[in-house]
Design a protein around this ligand. Structure first.
Ligand SMILES: C[S@@+](CC[C@H](N)C(=O)[O-])C[C@H]1O[C@@H](n2cnc3c(N)ncnc32)[C@H](O)[C@@H]1O
Length: 315
């Protein structure tokens, strides 16, 4: 296979990261992601769906870090997304690391939950499932184009407790303060952890992109934080490896909201690496070392960063 294209800025970034193995990162770009999915327990019991898949010739393996998550060992056809179980909404094809943020959020039935950047809905469907369709999930996105697949995915999944909104996520922290028990803030990012899905992200990456997006990421996280009730949980996640979109954003939240606490979260069966405490002469808050971080070659999957944050109870 040919060597994937990497922009000059990405090559420079890889060399500047003290814990990065450049060759392994580039090699990971040529390895397809494992096919993984969640079983829809809103529709049928898990064993019934697994039995139905087995009858159709599927062989699957449980993922230890995600309730209802599985890896495809053998499938009835090459593309699991083009099968009847998928079209019926009995399964949802979702990347293995993409299931981690909602496991950290751990939504419960009866709660009020906000998914601030929800389209196309992988994590909203996972939230509705863990809520057992009880309580209220507000699934928001700012893109009118991406709202369409969000709605159809929620419908196919049978999520009944959702309100879909088309708003800039910064609205919620201002107009719906202290409203939600849990808030997921899965922000737009440079996508440098999922370059195996799309080489263009590596070819077109520029450091200017990170400069632009990190201000938006921080304002979305502040909005998520302000929309949470005192004592609520907020999860911040990205699919990038860039410290300015990860460690820096969480450090800034801790600086600007002095009752914010980072909680440790260790998903079972995954290799995680210690977030950086300093980089390019910048010092990050030592609390960021409690976050989950992995590079694409750590688990033969996507690179992801997940911060689990608890809002103080107030004084
Ligand atoms: C990483 S994707 C979210 C993926 C989604 N959580 C999932 O699991 O399917 C980031 C999303 O943020 C949305 N977005 C970008 N700017 C936004 C803003 N200011 N407010 C809310 N959403 C925004 C994008 O349209 C995009 O759908």
């Amino acid at each position: 296979m040919s060597r994937p294209p990497l922009s000059e800025d990405l090559l420079r970034l890889l060399r500047e990261l003290p814990d990065m193995d450049e060759e392994l990162y580039i090699e990971s770009m040529t390895r397809p992601l494992p096919e993984t999915f969640r079983v829809n327990t809103l529709k049928l019991p898990e064993e019934t769906i697994i039995g139905f898949l087995a009858e159709r010739g599927w062989e699957v393996e449980k993922l230890p870090w995600a309730r209802h998550g599985y890896r495809v060992v053998r499938c009835e056809r090459e593309d699991p997304g083009a099968t009847l179980p998928h079209l019926l909404g009995l399964i949802y094809i979702q990347g293995p690391m993409s299931m981690v943020p909602v496991e950290a959020l751990d939504p419960r039935p009866g709660e009020k939950v906000l998914d601030l950047c929800a389209a196309p809905g992988s994590k909203s469907t996972q939230i509705a499932q863990l809520m057992e369709n009880i309580g209220v999930l507000v699934a928001n996105d700012a893109s009118s184009e991406r709202i369409k697949p969000l709605i159809s995915n929620l419908q196919r999944w049978g999520a009944m407790n959702c309100v879909v909104t088309l708003k800039d996520g910064r609205y919620f922290g201002k107009r719906m303060r202290e409203t939600f028990d849990r808030v997921l803030c899965d922000v737009p990012c440079s996508s440098l952890g999922i370059v195996m899905k799309d080489w263009a992200a590596a070819r077109d990456y520029s450091s200017g992109m990170t400069e632009r997006v990190r201000a938006l990421q921080l304002s979305l996280l502040l909005s998520a934080y302000d929309a949470s009730v005192p004592g609520g949980r907020i999860v911040y996640s990205t699919c990038t490896i860039h410290p300015l979109e990860n460690e820096w954003v969480v450090t800034e939240l801790l600086r600007r909201r002095d009752d914010a606490m980072v909680l440790r979260f260790e998903p079972e069966g995954l290799r995680t690496r210690r977030p950086l405490e300093e980089w390019r002469g910048m010092r990050f808050d030592p609390e960021v070392t409690k976050c989950f971080k992995c590079y694409p070659y750590d688990n033969a999957a996507e690179g992801f960063f997940v911060a689990l944050i608890r809002k103080g109870e107030g004084r």
